[in-house]
Design a binder for this molecule. Sequence first.
Ligand SMILES: Cc1cc2nc3c(=O)[nH]c(=O)nc-3n(C[C@H](O)[C@H](O)[C@H](O)COP(=O)(O)OP(=O)(O)OC[C@H]3O[C@@H](n4cnc5c(N)ncnc54)[C@H](O)[C@@H]3O)c2cc1C
Length: 386
Amino acid sequence: MEKDVLILGGGPGGLSTALHLQKIAPHLANRILILEKEHYPRHKLCAGGLVEDAEVILEKLGLDVSEVPHVDVEQIHFDFEGNGIRFRVPGKQAMRVVRRNEFDAWLAEKTRELGIEIREGVTVKSVIPDNEGVTIETNQGDFRAQMVVGADGSNGITRRCILSNEPVSTARVLEVITPTQPSPKSNGFWGGREGVAYFEFWPVPDNIAGYVWDFPTQLNGEPMRCWGIYDTNVLADHSRPALKEPLAQEMNQHGFELDNYEIKGYPIRWYTPWNTASVPRVLLVGDSVGADPLFGEGISIALGYGLVAAREISESFRRNEFSFNGYRRRLARSALGQALFARWVITHIVYTMKWKWFQIFIWRICKSLVLFGARVFVLNWGKRLR
Ligand SMILES: Cc1cc2nc3c(=O)[nH]c(=O)nc-3n(C[C@H](O)[C@H](O)[C@H](O)COP(=O)(O)OP(=O)(O)OC[C@H]3O[C@@H](n4cnc5c(N)ncnc54)[C@H](O)[C@@H]3O)c2cc1C
């Protein structure tokens, strides 16, 4: 089977690339094929926190994410030992929380409505670029394309095939879904966490370079909580507790027993300025290049990669030249690249300066400065992305 553009992976990175390509270069729409190994609605381990940048990018595509079942978060707490920054967005929710099976299936449907073909149940086994194009071996036979977009996530095969020797920076992440209330027998303090998402940084001095989270969510319309722990691994050289211990401790404080719930883990590959983003005829988007190192936020980021990649692809077809030499540079200069760079710098400050006094200083004393920095350097890049 021969196509011009093969997109490997139908998550937000791959689907956004297709949607933006359809917008920028509509003549390419029927020459794109997305290969997805699962069937929608497919499970994806993710807390589903959607920040405003994701909504802005989707709005520019004419898509309204409020169509997807979601929970509105009115306020986000960034705390050290229960005390810290309160983040709100005037006049609207601070964040929406979606389930990824529902969000990705919705986005795939929107993509199909624009005439882009998605084949489900096709697992890519290898990606072999040559001077004339790319051969993709799958469980459904071989495919051939002029170029390929690797959008197959943190553990993707595309990156492993084309950049097998490049070092990777990967975070460890665990996630648990619980009911909204602890068992009445528990001693934990619950008290009004509805509509609030929590990021708690007390594990940092114990060399967990990240945070414990607790988000409101829903499962089939039923209100639930999503808990988890994120560790960038930047303190991996130091001695650390088992990753589930701080999560268990935090949940316990609120009356939940971690061992009563199913715990799931998945890595997040994160962005560094050195991550290679392409080789001739193959470019990467989303987690295959790298998510946000600071929080492991990757949905808005993957949607943003889609726009930058689509511009690159459209230009390549115009010039009939597929080296993608300038892709990493253009990515770095884009509003997305600037936000990722800022987050990478902040990661190496906030998590390596791990002392308790410093964490109290950032989260409790420098609140206004941190909020200002977050609004200017970390968030609000979606509006500037062109
Ligand atoms: C526990 C956890 C919690 C998270 N919470 C948040 C959050 O709250 N907010 C946020 O913004 N981000 C969060 N993230 C990060 C976010 O999930 C990712 O950054 C985001 O999904 C990246 O999108 P992507 O399209 O690059 O990759 P993915 O979403 O991983 O999509 C890749 C797609 O490729 C397909 N695929 C993989 N291999 C193959 C193959 N060989 N052949 C064909 N198809 C293939 C997969 O089935 C999948 O559909 C979280 C991640 C984890 C692990």
